[in-house]
Design a protein around this ligand. Sequence first.
Ligand code: AMP
Length: 394
Amino acid sequence: MELITVKDKDYSGKRVFVRVDFNVPLDKNLNITDDTRIRASLDTINYLLSQNAIVICSSHLGRPKGKPVLEMSLEPVAKRLSELTGKQVKFAKDCIGTEAKKVVDSAKPGDIILLENLRFHPEEEENDETFAKELAGLADCYVNDAFGSSHRAHASIVGITKFLQDKAAGFLIEKEVNALSKLLENPERPFLLIIGGAKVADKIGMIRNLLDRVDTIITGGVMAYTFIRANNWETGNSKVEIDAIPLAKEIYKELRKRHLEFHTPLDHVVADKIAEDAHYFTTERGTVPIGWTGVDIGPQAIEEYVDCIRRARTIFWNGPMGVFEIEAFAKGTIEIAKAIAATNAFSVVGGGDSIAAINKAGVADKISHICTGGGASLEFLEGKGLPGIDVLKK
Ligand code: AMP
């Protein structure tokens, strides 16, 4: 997929509207607890500054549902962005109207502006044309670097490009699209898909689209229990996505046609409750007793999965193998993270929890690519065009 990128353009002296994803977590005192998303767009921001542009950053934060919410203001992000860029970021208290215009009009080339939360206006998520035109009116050019929001047809992602014809993808989007495209177009074989977590139905489309590309699939979490149940094995009180069982049965049919290697865990850690003080033990597949809940893959499953990982040349991982937030049930997920890090395979990891596990295992620098947008990466791999990326194609 060929995108128009910032490298194709000259931004000298221009006002550039940069859609970023600064949707960072804040604590009760409005301190940023993880600034990964801000750091992820620094390459693009610094590049535009080096081109002597006026950089107008714009983002959403949380779900304010179309009205101003103090706790979801981007003002703390402006402070952090100032620290990270070494420049005084000018904060505009609204993303449109006189507030925004005043700040933009007073800016000089080389300045950075951050506009207030786009979603304080319902028109952002409605992809409203008048709102998009107002945003566009602040700038001469458009750059999208918000990969994690590009599956949404919102005003700052899609609508705005009707009014700012000079548009391009930032470095983050370019990097994400290149890594994910590598999985879809000619991945080096064997290609291993590792799929876990709790949102089963959300991931079925991605599994289906990858069936013609992967050699091996390994499963964990609620995903695995849903497949195990679709095969009529006992799962005790393990969490299963009942509505997704017919979809899992369809996937089984497709797997048989293609003779793919597909694994559910050979054994499980089962607990009497999902809590720090739970009682737990290990049992084989199909023998989870009533009253007990599967919370992690067992030692035999880990051994088998690590072997699959060692053989792979391309790996995509989304979703933990168990309830890894609880220390006693994190082993399967952490072992998977470590095994991926130990290979030379091209590895891509997506989804907040898998990324958290990679960080917990301390192996982030050993992963070829970590996706910044879980939902967007799943939709991309599902083969659906992303509206925000489609408008940036050459
Ligand atoms: P997802 O967002 O689909 O990747 O799901 C991640 C969530 O799945 C995490 O919060 C895990 O605690 C949860 N999870 C993984 N395995 C299990 C399980 N066996 N039972 C209940 N929840 C699980």
